[in-house]
Write a new protein. Structure first.
Length: 277
């Protein structure tokens, strides 16, 4: 476009030169003014074109920058979305795994309760010939408690087991020897009356009685000693008041606490704790 405009100016100049000699001076001046104006307009037009071209270059640069920013934003959004999706899938897998563990744990707990109830029933059947004032069988906290009173097992202040007490222990040992997955804890208990005689105090009497029962179970009836724990609780875990003879009689007892082994249950719990870490 600028070349065409320049060509027009050249032709016009030639024309002016050709007709200079035959046109009035006033017309010549008018033509020169017209040429000057056209030149000025041409310069202005050229400047505007140059400015527009510069603006166009700026717009192209901005468009390129915006495209680059848009692409970067798109990639970042895609990456975040993929990361969030990955975390969501991982969380769902973790939830499913925890659900499976809870179901396994509940199944083992239910089985443990069932085993405990079956054990209580077997102990009841084995000790059916003894009176309730001699012994009781109950369940608590997933364990079977066989509570044997002093009048069944020992003379007063003694740790020597009576013949009838040995008979009861023998029937209990039969159950233990045919159910080897049971841990046995034997606890001796006394009343609050201070000891006089062979034993130094109630602590010594309670420990001596539990130890005597352990020896009968292991030596006489061949119960595996690695399954048995003996302890004495003295007067500190009463089941009744020590202010009456009847209450003190109930407190003078030996408890044989039977607990089915929890190996599988503990392994599952420990496995869950390790996974959580």
């Amino acid at each position: 476009m600028l070349k065409n405009l320049a060509s027009s100016f050249t032709l016009l100049s030639v024309f002016v030169l050709l007709v200079t000699s035959c046109v009035p001076k006033r017309q010549l001046l008018s033509a020169e003014e017209t040429i000057d104006k056209l030149r000025s307009d041409s310069t202005t037009f050229a400047n505007r074109v140059s400015s527009l071209q510069s603006n166009l270059s700026d717009l192209e640069a901005r468009r390129t920058t915006l495209q680059q920013q848009l692409e970067a934003t798109r990639k970042e959004a895609t990456s975040r979305l993929q990361d969030a999706s990955s975390r969501l899938n991982m969380s769902q897998e973790q939830i499913a795994d925890q659900q499976r563990r809870l179901e396994q744990l509940q199944s083992l707990i239910d089985q443990q309760r069932k085993n405990t109830e079956m054990l209580r029933s077997k102990i009841n059947d084995a000790l059916v010939g003894f009176n309730s004032n001699e012994l009781t069988v109950s369940t608590k906290n997933g364990k079977v408690y066989v509570s044997l009173q002093e009048n069944l097992l020992f003379p007063s202040g003694s740790a020597v087991v009576n013949p009838k007490g040995k008979q009861a222990l023998g029937k209990l040992a039969d159950v233990l020897n045919t159910n080897t997955n049971i841990n046995v804890n034997i606890e001796g208990h006394t009343d609050s009356i201070p000891m006089r005689g062979k034993f130094e105090d109630n602590w010594a009497l309670s420990v001596g009685r539990s130890s005597a029962i352990v020896r009968i179970l292991t030596d006489t009836y061949k119960v595996d000693p690695t399954r048995i724990t003996a302890s004495g609780r003295s007067k500190y875990v009463p089941v009744d008041t020590n202010s009456t003879a009847e209450g003190r009689g109930k407190n003078r007892r030996t408890e044989i606490i039977l607990e089915p082994k929890l190996d599988e249950l503990m392994q599952l719990i420990q496995s869950g704790n390790t996974t959580g870490q």
